[in-house]
Ligand binder design. Structure first.
Ligand code: GCV
Length: 704
């Protein structure tokens, strides 16, 4: 193998290759810039300009880029478009360093070429992913580039353990990898390993603290900056920039001002100074993430200002540094009166943000949850994504399984995300101008809207757990998320295949089959045994695990199902309901408005119907509820049986007996809990609706 070129991340690639050859054999040479490309099975090279040869030291295994070489991360490479043509970067705002690469195979030898070191890193991981397949097959030339420059993970990690939310809010994988006992960890080796694994999936930005910024976490922006700089240094060799969540009230809580009014010059000065201090220590810092006027977080409303006023003031502070402001659109009234039928939480983000389209600064990204409610197992795509054509918008997903089984249940979310990314605002049958050959998403799909704009963000599912994600199979979600940010058109089950072959290399066919049996349709399975037909919630308030049909029904959170003796669902039609359906462009507004055309899986999100309403599937709503809940549990029983059948086949070349035993133990324990919980869901949901409706199950199965 041979590597040629300069740049911080070339050093990272070289160290990877050196370590691989040391462990597995083969030879490796680091070529000087300007030298001819060696005759090797694999050549990774920066496309050279006329700068001439530069001396380059061969790295030792494990030796990565130095932390003071920021220049390459901050752009400066000749950009290549997705077609490999030299041109302008696609994203608005700060020019991104080019991340594309070209892979060619000639008679079994592979050459990866990139204009920038980041591209070389991604090209290297591409070859690793392909394994032997990279070197076999016909000659070819392929160009690869990410669909979006913005591929981000947000951590909801707290520095100090929060009395209610713990170390990681909605975290199901142990403690934080960044913080412990009220401080940034001294040992960041886990973060270094995390950075490596994220880079291998394509992630290039990470926000390292909870969007609910409490007093201790606010100080990351000031006293803790040297520690944030340490974290940034751990991510830097992997092409990943660090962002911080900040509190809108920081000028008061940290700066001693008597206001945080975004139009007050003293407030703007405070933020400018704060930004200057951050970038002085972390030159490639990414920017600020803000949850404002949401669930008790401070924001511009207190001063009679709007979200554009707040976001733009911060944007101005970070603009001289090329920084970004991710401003979250998750804004709603969490102190709603349940008696008030006119207020609809689903409308809130649209009502607040759509009128502001065109007012946000170029370096503001409005970060929009995929659905209008809150990361439910089934929601329609948020209409906000299509309502702000003059604003940079990002799609926000949730890798951490807050409402989807909390990493106790095996739930592969790749298919849910694909469905959202593919959703086309121009209609159910439209493929827009999608160019399937080049895999560029249709410009009117969710992916097509966010890719050239604010990109894709998700809440991470990682902690200090020995399997990283609590449930070992939840790793598949982290992997698929990263890969979908790079290529939103990738097939979700294909990504599962990739994850399985990389995580269990050489696993026997029966193990691979079992993993597919469990994971392929696990999202739909979870949907079957939990809240039906898009109605959402029905979880235990507070921790959001397990069934509690009326748990949120009379609360201030705006998450109601309105079940009574006659029917269930939320009337969000324009004709008789909250009008939410009308927030979509046509034809969706009409599709959702009509009982005849509304998709079954979203029926109760848009309509209040009698239990005897006949779905497009031909079943009544009540029979659908019974059938899906029995089926859901049956499928989980199949998961358990599939896993038990392969317990003896787990260890082998790639896994020691000890590792296999620990994996088997953890997965078996989680599957047992999934089974228990699915039965609890089935029985509570079926019993609740049987008691409400008085309509028996056609099949006479046990309902309590
Ligand atoms: C970080 C949901 C979660 C909260 C989370 C919030 C958000 O409401 O339950 O824990 O807060 O979403 O996205 O800001």
């Amino acid at each position: 193998m041979a590597i040629r070129g300069d740049g911080a991340l070339v050093g990272t690639v070289a160290a990877e290759v050196a370590a691989a050859t040391a462990a597995h054999g083969g030879s490796f040479s680091r070529l000087e810039s300007g030298s001819g490309v060696a005759d090797a099975d694999l050549v990774l090279t920066i496309i050279e300009d006329d700068a001439g040869p530069q001396p380059a030291a061969a790295p030792a295994p494990g030796d990565h880029a130095t932390t003071d070489d920021n220049a390459i991360l901050r752009g400066g490479c000749v950009p290549i478009t997705r077609d490999g043509v030299v041109g302008e970067p696609e994203a608005a705002g700060e020019p991104e360093a080019d991340e594309s690469f070209r892979l060619s195979r000639d008679d079994g030898s592979v050459v990866v070429e990139a204009a920038c070191d980041r591209g070389l890193l991604y090209g290297f991981f591409h070859v690793v992913r392909l394994g032997e397949a990279a070197f076999s097959g016909p000659d070819l030339v392929e160009r690869h580039a990410p669909a979006t420059a913005m591929r981000m993970l947000d951590h909801w990690d707290n520095v100090a353990v929060h009395a209610v939310m713990g170390q990681v809010e909605r975290g199901y994988a142990g403690g934080s990898i960044f913080y412990d006992d009220g401080a940034v960890r001294a040992d960041l080796s886990r973060v270094e390993a995390y950075a490596r694994l994220l880079a291998s999936t394509g992630i290039n930005r990470v926000a390292i603290n909870n969007v609910n910024v409490h007093a201790r976490e606010a100080r990351l922006l000031t006293d803790d900056l040297p520690h944030v700089a340490r974290i940034a240094a751990a991510f830097r060799p992997w092409g990943i920039r660090v962002h911080l969540s900040v509190s809108f009230a920081a000028p008061m809580t940290l700066g001693g001002l008597d206001t945080s009014d975004p139009l007050d010059p003293a407030v703007a000065d405070w933020w400018r100074d704060a930004a200057d201090r951050v970038w002085a220590q972390i030159p490639d810092f990414g920017g600020f993430v803000v949850k404002a006027d949401s669930e008790g977080q401070p924001g511009p409303f207190a001063y009679g200002r709007d979200h554009a006023d707040g976001a733009n003031m911060l944007a101005e502070a970070v603009a001289p540094h090329g920084g970004l402001v991710h401003w979250r659109a998750f804004v709603y009234d969490h102190r709603q009166d349940w008696r008030d039928r006119s207020t609809d939480r689903a409308r809130a983000a649209h009502d607040h943000f759509a009128p502001l389209d065109g007012r946000f600064a170029e370096n503001v990204i409005v970060q929009v949850k995929y659905g209008p409610m809150d990361f439910q197992v089934r929601e329609p795509a948020s209409p906000v994504l299509a309502a702000m054509p003059r604003t940079r918008v990002a799609l926000e997903l949730q890798v951490t399984q807050e409402y989807t089984g909390q990493q106790k249940h095996a739930v592969y979310l790749g298919r849910q995300w694909s469905e959202i990314l593919d959703f086309d605002f121009t209609g159910p049958d439209s493929d827009g101008d999608a160019d399937s050959a080049s895999r560029i998403p249709s410009p009117t799909s969710v992916a097509g809207i966010v890719a050239p704009s604010g990109g894709i963000v998700a809440v991470s599912n990682v902690g200090d757990d020995e399997f990283w994600t609590g449930h070992p199979f939840a790793q598949a979600n982290l992997y698929a998320y990263g890969r979908l940010t790079w290529d939103p058109a990738a097939d979700a089950v294909g990504l599962l295949d990739e994850w399985i072959s990389l995580t269990f290399p050489g696993a026997p066919a029966d193990v691979v089959d079992a993993l597919h049996t469990i994971l392929d349709e696990s999202w739909e399975t979870y949907e079957r045994y939990t809240s039906p037909l898009g109605v959402g919630f029905m979880v235990r308030p507070g921790h959001h695990y397990g069934p509690d049909v009326d748990g949120y029904e009379y609360t201030p959170w705006g998450t109601y199902h309105f079940a009574d003796r006659d029917g269930i669902g939320v009337d969000r039609t324009v004709a008789t309901g909250t009008g939410y359906a009308g927030l979509y462009p046509e034809p969706w507004a009409s599709v959702y408005e009509s009982l005849e055309t509304c998709p079954d899986e979203l029926l109760l999100f848009f309509h209040h119907v009698p239990y005897t309403h006949v779905l497009r599937s031909g079943k009544t709503v009540i029979q659908h509820i019974y059938d899906t809940h029995f089926e859901g549990v049956e499928r989980v029983e199949e998961f358990v049986a599939a896993w038990e059948r392969v317990l003896g086949s787990l260890s082998g070349d790639a896994m020691s007996d000890d590792d296999a035993a620990r994996l088997a133990g953890r997965v078996s324990e989680r599957l047992a809990e999934q089974r228990r919980s699915a039965i609890e869901w089935r029985d509570q949901i079926n019993t609740y609706f049987y008691r409400k409706s008085g309509i028996p199950d056609e099949q006479g199965r046990t309902i309590f």
